[in-house]
Design a binder for this molecule. Structure first.
Ligand code: AMP
Length: 271
């Protein structure tokens, strides 16, 4: 596993290869990331993982400051997986040396879910993903369904702009079914138990949706109950079509999306 600390060393190391699988991350490596790496390792000749906590996609400075960062631990886990050929650890200037302002704007119809509650977040994500793709020039990029809206927006942009394919990968959960996330490292045991109970409740809500004529009213009520029972702040609880992310009036081809805070840690999930 070769560690690439700047763009020159990346260009030099990747030059001989044209079948590269890319797994972009912000570190805090867990089994969700490893599942993406395993898929890349199966489908591509070489796998490169990037670790870059992109300041420009954080709409909240405190969230950026407290985001889990432990490069040495991450490198140990990646090395142990034996599936990673290169790890790219860019500095801010490797990505943003071109001072030109990013022209990325979201369509009005895409300003939903996290885009509505985290102003500027996806503009930052799309910008950094576009820059990383230009630098790494991968054949395939592996991304998780856990961040479904991110996957949807990034795929739409990158497959139009570059000759790369964005491959979606299933959400990996812990034994209590909580979706793995680097942010889970910020939760104590009782918060993790709470998150597991919320997941169970969401499964139930999804099951009961089809018995309801007015899904929007049903979900409003469920949101209130979740709020009261678990003392969590919920940004959204919505059923949306998995192809175009429009609000759904039926359970077919739809996913239930949630974003909520436990002890100031923002978690998202979809099922
Ligand atoms: P992050 O480091 O959180 O930015 O995530 C990097 C990539 O890993 C993104 O494509 C995420 O969607 C994906 N990912 C994060 N958590 C999971 C999970 N539990 N299962 C599968 N993929 C995940």
């Amino acid at each position: 596993m070769k560690i690439l600390l700047n763009n020159n060393s990346l260009f030099e190391s990747l030059r001989p290869f044209n079948d590269i699988g890319f797994v972009p991350t912000m570190g805090g490596i867990h089994k969700g990331h490893i599942s993406l790496i395993n898929k890349s390792n199966k489908l591509c000749k070489k796998t490169i993982v990037s670790i870059f906590v992109n300041p420009k996609q954080f709409n909240n400075k405190k969230d950026f400051m407290t985001y889990p960062k432990n490069i040495q631990k991450d490198l140990n886990i990646l090395k142990k997986s034996k599936k990673v050929d290169f790890v790219y650890l860019p500095k801010f200037n490797d990505i943003y040396k071109n001072k030109k302002k990013s022209k990325i704007t979201l369509l009005k119809k895409d300003k939903i879910l996290c885009a509505k509650f985290r102003k500027g977040h996806f503009e930052g994500v799309l910008d950094v993903m576009s820059k990383l793709t230009k630098i790494v020039n991968p054949k395939r990029i592996f991304m998780g369904e856990k961040d479904f809206q991110q996957l949807y927006l990034v795929k739409k942009l990158l497959e139009r702009k570059y000759k790369t394919k964005v491959i979606s990968c299933k959400t990996i959960r812990d034994k209590n079914k909580v979706a793995l996330s680097s942010r889970n490292f910020l939760l104590n045991k009782s918060s993790l138990v709470k998150a597991a109970n919320i997941y169970k409740k969401l499964v139930n809500i999804k099951k009961n949706i089809k018995n309801n004529k007015n899904i929007s009213n049903f979900l409003k009520l469920q949101k209130k109950q979740l709020n009261n029972n678990y003392k969590i702040k919920i940004d959204y609880l919505e059923l949306r079509n998995e192809k175009n992310l429009e609000l759904s009036k039926t359970i077919n081809n739809s996913k239930l999306f949630i974003a909520y805070y436990i002890n100031n840690v923002r978690l998202i999930d979809n099922l």
